[in-house]
Write a protein that binds this ligand. Structure first.
Ligand SMILES: C[S@@+](CC[C@H](N)C(=O)[O-])C[C@H]1O[C@@H](n2cnc3c(N)ncnc32)[C@H](O)[C@@H]1O
Length: 256
């Protein structure tokens, strides 16, 4: 395989993404409702999804946004964007192709255009290191209107798992296939390199994932560096209380 780049994940997963992550309609609805509620508390402006992918969240969200609010999405993977473009409803979404973890990723004309920026599903951890993650926070701060919010969903790194250097898990075992997850952890760079390995009658398929995880407190610090203020943290899009047991979080940062 070529060296890992921003589009490696999307390019490798695009043709199976929708099947493997068949939308959990309840979870998608909770995310969409959360965004709509947050917007009620924001100045007027558009909405942007970082890592829009095939539109799992974006398509149902675009349907319920108040009139006059346009949904934008950025993604660096052409195959993911092609799948989005083939779906009904996608014509209402303004799509940007690019890497949201580099400076000047967005046209200056978009600065201050957004009431809300959304990054669901731990996509933020696809950014390769803390520098790219800090840059992404700065990009978001530039894009938001004063009073606008950044809603970020991520996992809470699991101390127990990270204690190991590697793991192999049987994710799905059925009569005609098995899905294994093989991961190596690097606690110095805070990266996890994984392969989802699907073995079936049609052969073996490798689906790579690389994440650079960050602790919730580290994300708060990155937000502060970019001039954003913490507004709220929940365990999920349903606003469950965030506690020490939470495995995921939805964090909301506000532009002053
Ligand atoms: C896990 S998918 C999530 C897609 C969608 N948000 C969802 O919830 O189903 C992550 C998406 O982010 C895109 N992505 C990853 N790193 C990116 C980057 N640095 N800039 C732009 N897009 C990126 C991938 O191509 C992929 O489409």
């Amino acid at each position: 395989m070529e060296a890992w780049g921003p589009s490696t994940y999307g390019d490798a997963w695009a043709d199976v993404y929708d099947d493997l992550y068949r939308p959990d309609e309840e979870a998608v609805a909770a995310c969409v409702a959360f965004v709509v509620e947050q917007l009620e508390d924001c100045p007027a402006g558009d909405v942007l999804e970082l890592g829009i992918g095939t539109g799992r969240i974006a398509l149902p969200l675009a349907e319920v946004l108040p009139s006059g609010v346009t949904l934008h999405g950025i993604d660096c993977s052409e195959p993911m964007l092609e799948r989005l473009a083939a779906k009904p409803g996608s014509e209402t979404i303004v799509v940007h192709r690019g890497d949201f973890g580099v400076a000047a990723a967005f046209d200056r004309g978009l600065h201050g255009a957004f009431a809300l920026v959304l990054c669901p599903f731990a996509t933020f951890f696809a950014l390769p290191d803390s520098e790219a993650q800090i840059t992404a926070f700065r990009n978001v701060a530039e894009l938001l209107r004063p009073g606008g919010v950044f809603c970020l969903e991520a996992f809470v790194p699991d101390h127990a798992r990270l204690h190991e250097e590697q793991s192999v898990l049987a994710v799905d075992v059925a009569a005609d296939h098995v899905l294994l997850g093989a991961s190596q952890y690097d606690r110095v760079t805070q990266t996890i390199e994984s392969q989802s390995i699907r073995i079936g009658e049609d052969g073996i398929r490798l689906l790579p994932v690389r994440v650079r995880y960050a602790w919730p407190a580290e994300l708060d610090l990155m937000a502060r560096l970019a001039g954003l203020e913490p507004k709220g943290r929940y365990a999920d899009w349903r606003r469950s209380v965030f506690s020490a047991d939470a495995t995921r979080h939805v964090s909301v940062y506000r532009s002053p």
